[in-house]
Write a protein that binds this ligand. Structure first.
Ligand SMILES: [Fe+2]
Ligand SMILES: [Fe+2]
Length: 208
């Protein structure tokens, strides 16, 4: 039987689909939706694997789903202003995507995502995770480190991204330090990210 927590996750995912499942710069068609589901399910699986965040499994899942929701806001803003983010200007070196967003619009997707998450009255813990998904520096919160690592792994795999989209931000090494000191840890997380990417792709293809 489906657990209550998993059922809640399915309901939340379905409710959010219309916000994500549309064009967004840097992603393929439905790419942002695919990326968001893959980050949410991978982060939750990694948290379970590490036996951390047991209490907050739903928080890390929701944060994984909405961590890039600010890109939806910025996509609308770009359309209203008739502007574009020049994604091919600097494919592999700084400034990364966050800086390009700030240069073009004066705001990045992290800041826009936090504003929207607050407006939606999401839990403060979820808002903090959205805020720290690129730079969990100084955060002792293992959930923040897991979300940051997962987002980085999925971006590295290119799941949902168009070719040549610049890296958003590199992996912050202190995020790994907070998790586990084992040589098997990173390969295990990569395996989980690959597995969840394939599952997420199947879900998205079945729904669109
Ligand atoms: Fe992001
Ligand atoms: Fe992301």
């Amino acid at each position: 039987m489906l657990g209550r927590q998993k059922f809640n996750m399915i309901v939340i995912s379905s409710a959010l689909q219309p916000y994500f499942d549309r064009f967004c710069y840097g992603y393929t068609a439905s790419g942002l939706w695919l990326h968001s589901i893959a980050v949410a399910t991978s982060a939750w699986s990694i948290a379970e694997e590490l036996d951390v965040a047991v209490e907050s499994g739903s928080q890390i899942y929701v944060a994984g789903l909405v961590h890039d929701i600010g890109k939806v806001v910025l996509t609308d803003l770009l359309r209203q202003r008739g502007e574009q983010i020049d994604l091919e200007r600097t494919p592999d070196e700084p400034p990364g995507l966050v800086e390009l967003e700030r240069e073009t619009l004066g705001i990045c997707h992290v800041e826009a995502g936090v504003l929207l998450a607050e407006r939606w009255n999401l839990e403060p813990a979820v808002v903090r995770l959205v805020e720290s998904h690129h730079l969990p520096d100084g955060s002792a919160d293992p959930d923040a480190a897991i979300l940051h690592l997962t987002d980085y792994l999925l971006a590295s795999l290119g799941v949902g991204y168009r070719e040549n989209t610049p890296v958003e931000t590199p992996l912050v090494p202190s995020a790994l330090d907070q998790l586990i000191d084992s040589p098997d840890f990173l390969p295990l997380c990569e395996q989980i990210a690959l597995r969840e990417s394939a599952r997420s792709l199947a879900i998205v293809e079945a729904l669109v």
